[in-house]
Design a protein around this ligand. Sequence first.
Ligand code: FE2
Length: 329
Amino acid sequence: MGSEILPELEIGSRACRTKIGFTMFSVIQNNPALSPFAPANHQAYAQWREQKLRHYPSAAEALRVDISNPLGLLPAEHAQILTNIRKTNLALYRITDPVSADKQAIRDLGRQFGLEHLDSNICADEDSITSLRVVESGRHKGYIPYSNRRLSWHTDGYYNPLDKQIRAIVMHCVIPAQDGGINMYLDHEILYLYLRDRDPAYISALMRPDVMTIPPNVEDGDEVGGEQRGPVCSIDTTGNLHMRYSARTRNIRWRDDAVTAKAVEYMSELLNSDMPYLLRYHLQANEGVICNNVLHNRTAFTDSDDPAKKRLLYRARYFDRVQGADVTL
Ligand SMILES: [Fe+2]
């Protein structure tokens, strides 16, 4: 693994992709069964795997792109963010102009990557972008994201219905915590790769439509979300890998069979290991993340006593994936 900034040519931008690349791209789009993530596609998987690991960054800082104006990215800024997402499903940005980005700026930033359809989860603000801060009362109380507690590994919206899965996220830091609130990220394709390399049966088990069940979400005695059952790993209509996962042991029911138990145990082992693909980053003010809903967690944090300096992040969750970052061979 190299820690250098990712060279665009190495990954293959749309402009420099070979004719074969274009052909495979459209073939996968037209027939997701040809995706390298399909368990039977051994050759495609081997080819994808080799590309995936080549020059994979070893530090989150390598994925950070300075941008001057989120409302209108310069072509080079846009290209570098997309290049990073194509490699790792994740890019970080840092706004260099001394202006604070508001929610509209985050909305506009997402739009430049084809992110349009926002999820209005029950705790989102009126504009469907969530203000993540510590909330002591009201509806948000009781949800860990609105506390200063540690957040364990998960993908966003794993409890959503299958037709409303979260494919991408933009998370923007307005005010960091006084102490803590550090994120770790893991490209879900890397987790898939480790699982498949250890035992392809793990992938088949995790693709079962009944492998992971989330019980109904009950709030003050009322059910606000029904039971959700679905796969951990799935392949979308364009051949991309999607993952729904939560490390929480409470409120997750795993399919009761030996292979699933081993696969879940191995995932947990990897997420708690020191594998070099776990990327750690402490978002500062005016920095943010654009990603294809990769796995992530957060350390606990301490807020300032000053009400004006309490941790605040804006989070936008999309039903779309980042445009131009589909899997290719
Ligand atoms: Fe999250």
